[in-house]
Design a protein around this ligand. Structure first.
Ligand SMILES: [Fe+2]
Ligand SMILES: [Fe+2]
Length: 384
């Protein structure tokens, strides 16, 4: 049995002795575990008692002055709802059977399909590290309303869970880990996408950014918009689709199921981030330049084109680089509209009309009862 006092210790049978029985007596200890002599401890100076509760109207997404430690009343109840919904999508990669994937990879995938599978995983696993660092290290600390940070804290955990999921897939399939994890550094077509994100992230990875400065504010909001609308909202969404194309042919179904769970999270991350960005724009009276938004989507499209030309240099059955890029443009239009801007690629049709349906699990396994049940929160989650 796990010893919660020392989780790495070997289980030991505790012998009941006079000494241990004596130690069962209640004891007062401080956080370091050192007993406190309550008789001689000095009287505590208590905090001031008559401090008015936070007025939710005073809260702001950034640059707020209200007590960050008082959760409610909420000014942004939707953020709390995101947190509650996020907790309905819980799984671990160990819950999904990968045995058939091992067989498929070794005996059924073509060389071109293996190339796609490996490089998609290589890109995704690096991306999720960036996503985690962005929200946890650069964004969260800039928020001044705790209900926003609560969801973002959950998001940090989910990005770590996604990284575990890719690691589980890579390890289970038996890929060379040092080679797969290093690939984003040696394949320029993958690296250039990571560098675009890294540049945005590095520009806001400072705790001394003054968000009352208009230039700093614009840069922060553009970086957050990039991560929510493009990095998570397009590149992750679209990033899974080559594997879903295999799943449609009955291949790599375990990996695909893992990605379906991740996709649920990512769609919520994108949606939440876009909502936060729009709220900042409103509260700070910020006017983003539509030309800069257009340029951001076009730069992402160019990066996606280069990426697709590598991972799909040879098309696989039912999926080509043209499909991949067409779907990117279609999803990019959706995200730009959600941000409140014109479509960057007007008139584009869905290149993969099956993708929304494929990505949306109608059922979920109830892992605790080992039976398939209806996914109860499907109606609460907007897959746009
Ligand atoms: Fe993620
Ligand atoms: Fe994410």
């Amino acid at each position: 049995m796990l010893d919660w006092d020392d989780p790495f210790a070997a289980p030991a049978v505790k012998e009941e002795t006079d000494e241990s029985a004596a130690n069962d007596a209640p004891n007062v200890a401080n956080v370091t575990g050192v007993p406190i002599d309550t008789a001689s401890a000095p009287a505590m100076s208590l905090p001031q008692a008559n401090i008015a509760p936070v007025n939710p109207d005073d809260k702001r997404v950034i640059n707020g002055m209200t007590d960050i430690n008082q959760l409610a009343p909420f000014k942004y109840p939707w953020a709390w709802t995101y947190f509650l919904n996020a907790n309905k999508n819980h799984w671990t990669p160990l819950d999904i059977n990968m045995a058939q994937d091992v067989h498929d990879y070794r005996h059924k995938l073509t060389l071109e399909e293996r190339h796609v599978y490996e490089n998609v995983l290589s890109y995704l696993t690096t991306s999720d590290i960036l996503a985690m660092r962005n929200i946890g290290l650069a964004v969260m600390e800039k928020m001044s309303a705790p209900e926003l940070q609560i969801y973002q804290a959950r998001q940090v955990y989910e990005e770590a869970l996604h990284t575990w999921t890719y690691q589980h897939c890579i390890e289970t399939i038996g890929l060379d880990q040092s080679e797969i994890y290093n690939r984003y550094r040696v394949v320029p077509e993958i690296n250039q996408k990571i560098q675009l994100a890294n540049n945005r992230l590095n520009s806001i990875m400072r705790s001394d950014i003054d968000l009352t400065d208009p230039d700093e504010l614009e840069n922060f909001v553009m970086a957050y918009a990039f991560f929510a609308a493009i990095f998570e909202g397009c590149w992750f969404y679209n990033g899974f689709s080559p594997i879903f194309a295999l799943q449609r042919r009955g291949l790599m179904k375990g990996t695909s199921e893992q990605l379906q769970y991740i996709m649920r999270d990512e769609v919520m991350h994108a949606s939440f981030g876009i909502r936060v960005v729009k709220q900042i724009i409103k509260e700070e009276n910020l006017v983003l330049d539509p030309a800069k938004i257009q340029a951001m989507f076009e730069e992402a499209e160019e990066a996606e084109k280069i990426y697709a030309s590598y991972i799909l240099r040879d098309p696989i059955l039912g999926y080509s680089k043209e499909d991949h890029l067409g779907q990117f443009r279609f999803i990019a239009n959706r995200r730009a509209k959600q941000l409140g801007f014109e479509e960057p690629f007007p008139g584009v049709e869905a290149a993969l009309p099956w993708l929304d349906e494929q990505a949306n699990m109608k059922k979920e396994k109830n892992f605790f009862e080992t039976k398939v049940t209806e996914y109860q929160t499907g109606g609460a989650l907007n897959w746009d």
